[in-house]
Design a protein around this ligand. Structure first.
Ligand code: ATP
Length: 289
């Protein structure tokens, strides 16, 4: 038996760090959105007793370090079918180390796929609970859509879906290490925070301009020479008519929100001419479990 699932990339409309906890983790407050940039996941049941993975990006580990493999193991353990064999084929389009939760999206897609293969033994909440064990962004990626995430990202609340628009995503030719950025944030501290309440209100009112104006990520405040490239991309997005532009997660991808398809295309062409990874995507709504 074979199932196919799409793993949707996530963007942060807002990202705030509200506290450093005693356990060393940070408390986050984030408005998250899935978009139409996807990895394709194909899961096939085999005769063997192992989970084998393969991926079109050669440098991605295909053993237990891969979040998709861990998700499959966690699902099988949860339903008491540890001795079943599977192959997981990942055809990735989501860039790695971009702040778009590519690995978490793959893991969540595997949880949805395995759940379909086993006759939907778990509901959405149960899958999200299991997803937490695999990684903090995996729980959001289970259903995706538009959500408010707290804690380490695993405490979720559904929000009014983001209005349709064009989103131009651009990733510079470097990645940013998440632990390194948290360290820098702890050193410098934070002076500015996103207006999360204002963002929730703008979403409720389906006010795209209000949403775009409130997009903000505290990691952009961290002093790092690479933020200069981030700022340059943001300027290009805004020059071409983006209503707002911001870095997603811990970077390095940056995105701009457009309400004019032609302007989004012109902007993407310009960024692609500079040999940068660039895609035009749209917000996606929640996936049925
Ligand atoms: P986030 O927004 O969650 O910080 P990211 O975009 O920065 O995500 P990912 O693309 O998820 O980062 O990958 C980060 C690391 O996770 C990579 O170094 C990679 O080796 C590892 N990884 C594990 N599983 C996967 C997977 N299925 N796809 C991509 N990377 C994976």
């Amino acid at each position: 038996m074979t199932v196919q699932e799409y793993a949707y990339a996530k963007l942060n409309l807002t990202l705030d760090v509200t506290a450093k906890r005693d356990d060393g983790y940070h408390d986050m407050l984030m408005v998250m959105q899935t978009v139409s940039l996807t990895d394709q996941i194909v899961i096939t049941q085999t005769e063997g007793k192992e989970i084998r993975a393969s991926c079109n990006y050669r440098y991605i580990p295909t053993d237990e370090r891969n979040l998709a493999v861990r998700a499959a193991g966690a699902y099988l353990a949860a339903i008491g079918e540890e001795k079943s064999g599977f192959t997981i084929r990942m055809d990735k389009s989501i860039p790695v180390g971009a702040g778009m939760a590519g690995g978490s999206a793959d893991a969540a897609a595997v949880l949805r796929g395995m759940n379909r293969l086993y006759g939907r033994r778990m509901d959405r909440r149960e899958l999200e609970k299991l997803a937490e064990q695999v990684g903090s962004d995996v729980a959001f990626c289970v259903a995706g859509g538009t959500s408010l995430a707290r804690g380490r990202g695993e405490v979720l609340e559904d929000l009014t879906p983001m209005p349709d628009c064009q989103i131009v995503i651009c990733k510079p030719n470097f990645s940013i290490s998440t632990p390194e950025l948290f360290r820098k944030l702890d050193q410098t501290g934070l002076r500015t925070h996103p207006d999360t309440a204002g963002m929730l209100k703008a979403l409720e009112e389906r006010d795209l301009k209000g949403i775009a104006l409130r997009m903000f990520n505290v990691f952009e405040e961290v002093s790092d020479r690479r933020m200069r490239s981030e700022a340059e991309i943001k300027h290009t997005l805004l020059d071409f008519g983006a209503m707002g532009a911001v870095m997603t997660g811990t970077g390095s991808a940056v995105f701009g929100v457009f309400n004019d398809a032609g302007a989004a295309e012109d902007c993407a062409e310009k960024l692609q001419r500079e040999r940068l990874f660039c895609r035009i995507v749209r917000p996606t709504e929640k996936t049925e479990i």
